[in-house]
Design a protein around this ligand. Structure first.
Ligand code: NDP
Ligand code: OXD
Length: 321
């Protein structure tokens, strides 16, 4: 197979998604393959065989008639799946150790933050108030992870090593040492009833949209040392019903929430999440994709594909992830 040119379409809008930064990395790892940073008036769309993208505009990829593979530069492909004109070529997503390790750091940080009552302790510090509360061991807390894929299974293992009781829920059956695994709609109730801290690492698909709602929060365990269940969502904003989260925090159905993702990003200035005393908020940076590692991952996959090998981490369009 002849060497095809690669088009880079990066529209993240944040420092990590600076198109210049990605272009430099791809130039370094692509040898003599032509890398176009688009838009570029000199680029002939017919010469583009590969596209490496983050948040391309709807319809933007349909402009390349000879595309062979699309590489999403992140793990979640929901934005691409929503593009009805997406070319019917393999779509590859990111699944690399660096991204996984970053997400596990985020999950461990936030589980520990709630387990060790950090928001309360920081409030005490602000008020110069010496008011220790009793602590409990990690083994007294059950963390339930929705999504036992690349990210969820790694976070589960890390939490288990810290001594938490860990369970997980996925679409298909799983076996992970030391983790109680539930799957499908028939086992979700049992999963939720045992969960004190709910971590969501699901992809956003038609099946999972707004899955984090009042009906689900009401089924979480209410008898843990934490007092009320805690939600941690680093999957996608579309997974959560935001009005339900706020109402459930206000009426005590939820004790606290760590949120990294939102229905509208950047989070609008008038969102109550910004100032809610029970919300720990981060700006969709639980796990940044690192241009160094990801550009090498894409370049390796293209080399192998052109040599007749198989692509890895190809999205199943039927499942949507
Ligand atoms: P994977 O595809 O590896 O795993 C997805 C998991 O979700 C699988 O276990 C899958 O089940 C499960 N799942 C999917 N649909 C359902 C369903 N309807 N019911 C039950 N379980 C379901 O994805 P990753 O772990 O790599 O990533 C997960 C998500 O994390 C991404 O899609 C992205 O949205 C988000 N993300 C967020 C980041 C951030 O910075 N906030 C960074 C990176 C990713 P099964 O195993 O049976 O297929
Ligand atoms: C991703 C993300 O999906 O950063 O990789 O959100």
């Amino acid at each position: 197979m002849n060497k095809g040119a690669l088009a880079l379409l990066v529209h993240g809008g944040t420092e990590n998604w600076s198109p210049e930064r990605w272009k430099r990395r791809f130039d370094e790892v692509c040898g003599n393959r032509r890398v176009w940073r688009l838009p570029d008036a000199d680029c002939n769309p017919a010469e583009i065989h590969y596209a490496a993208v983050w948040k391309p505009a709807q319809g933007e990829l349909a402009a390349f008639p000879n595309l062979r593979v699309i590489f999403n530069l992140g793990a979640g492909v929901d934005a691409l799946m929503a593009d009805t004109s997406l070319p019917k070529v393999p779509l590859v997503r990111v699944a690399v150790g660096d991204l996984t390790a970053r997400m596990t750091e985020y999950v461990v940080l936030h589980v520990l933050m709630h387990h060790r009552q950090e928001p309360y302790l920081r409030a005490c510090q602000q008020e110069k108030r010496w008011a220790p509360t009793s602590q409990w061991p990690a083994g007294a807390i059950s963390v339930g992870i929705m999504g036992l894929g690349t990210l969820g299974s790694d976070a589960a293992q890390a939490l288990r090593h810290l001594g938490f009781r860990v369970s997980g829920w996925s679409r298909s059956e799983k076996k992970i040492a030391g983790v109680e695994c539930f799957h499908g709609s028939t086992q979700i109730d049992a999963f939720l009833q045992a969960t004190d801290i709910l971590v969501c690492l699901l992809p956003l698909t038609p099946d999972t949209r707004h899955i984090l709602n009042r009906g689900l929060f009401a089924r979480l365990n209410r008898n843990s040392p934490l007092g009320a269940p805690v939600l941690i969502n680093a999957g996608r904003g579309g997974l959560q019903n935001e009005a339900d989260i706020l109402a459930c925090l206000d009426d005590g159905t939820l004790g606290a929430a760590s949120l990294d993702v939102y229905a509208i990003e950047p989070l609008p200035a008038d969102s109550r999440f910004w100032t809610h005393p029970k919300v720990v908020l981060t700006p969709h940076n639980a796990a940044d994709t690192d241009p160094d590692e990801i550009s090498k991952y894409v370049a390796r996959q293209i080399e192998r594909f052109e040599a007749g090998g198989a692509l890895e981490n190809v999205v199943d369009p039927g499942r949507g992830y």
